[in-house]
Design a protein around this ligand. Structure first.
Ligand code: NAI
Length: 243
């Protein structure tokens, strides 16, 4: 069976590293992005120049009609979708819960959780011969991220529950659903939180004494998707340097 993967938010950070790694392992990859086509096209160009197969597709994965377009376009371009990485996610400026607006809370939930639900739903409806899904949660689902982003942490907690529940629903169909819980990874996301050097600041509090790389997260995602993890479902890998 040809391996066809969709990586949401695949244009930068963990999503870009995952797209490149999967392509190097023989997957055909849809690199989904929201609005930075230049970044997505650069990822695709690198994959194609290394002999891989990929294409970029713009879709806001928090919107149902765009998710359906994403899956239809991938099927047309690459064939039936066999693997999915729900990586797209956002956070906003560090803030205490008492100061959060309902608009911000709802935006976090729609981008981080509704997107995961929609993509999982479209995937399991289509994976007639089995498949594998990895949801990119966060160690924040366990720590709660007090004084920084409780809204973000709550969205990742919801992703964890969705991962567990869906894994049990579709196990008998040969579809495996797992999650990774990264923490303190060097990406541009921390600039969106208002502190580009957040990982550097926290390094001394991390048992392994450093932040992680997008490639280190991609390695675990790729393993969970692969046949090497054929007896693993409903499971979580924490990638947070021991935190
Ligand atoms: P990033 O900000 O570099 O990448 C996120 C990607 O998601 C971007 O390409 C962005 O355009 C895309 N995206 C956001 N909203 C979207 C939407 N509605 N539709 C389509 N694409 C959308 O961040 P990073 O660090 O690579 O994060 C990837 C995932 O890893 C996220 O889910 C994040 O919550 C998670 N994570 C990251 C950690 C870190 O320390 N960097 C720690 C724990 C989890």
């Amino acid at each position: 069976m040809d391996k066809v993967a969709i990586v949401t938010g695949g244009s930068r950070g963990i999503g870009a590293a995952t797209s490149k790694l999967l392509a190097s392992q023989g997957y055909s990859v849809c690199v989904n992005y929201r609005n930075r086509s230049d970044e997505a096209e650069a990822v695709v160009a690198e994959i194609n120049s290394n002999g891989g197969r990929a294409f970029a597709f713009a879709a806001d994965v928090s919107i149902e009609s765009e998710v359906i377009r994403l899956f239809e376009a991938t099927e047309t371009e690459l064939g039936a979708v066999t693997h999915l990485v729900n990586n797209a996610g956002i956070l906003f400026t560090q803030s205490r819960l008492a100061d959060l607006s309902v608009e911000r809370f709802e935006k976090i939930l729609s981008t981080n959780v509704t997107s995961c639900f929609l993509c999982c739903r479209e995937a399991v409806r289509r994976m007639k011969n089995g498949g594998a899904i990895v949801n990119v949660s966060s160690i924040a689902s366990k720590t709660g991220s007090p004084n920084e982003y409780v809204d973000y942490a709550a969205s990742k907690g919801a992703m964890d529950s969705l991962t567990k529940g869906l894994s049990l629903e579709v196990a008998s169909q040969g579809i495996r659903v797992n999650a990774v819980r990264p923490g303190f990874i060097y990406t541009d996301m921390h600039s969106d939180g208002g502190e580009p050097n957040r990982v550097q600041r926290l390094s001394s509090q991390i048992p392994l004494q450093r932040g992680g790389t997008a490639e280190e997260v991609a390695n675990s995602i790729a393993w969970l998707l692969s046949d090497e993890a054929s007896y693993v479902t409903g499971s979580f890998i924490d990638i947070a340097g021991g935190k």
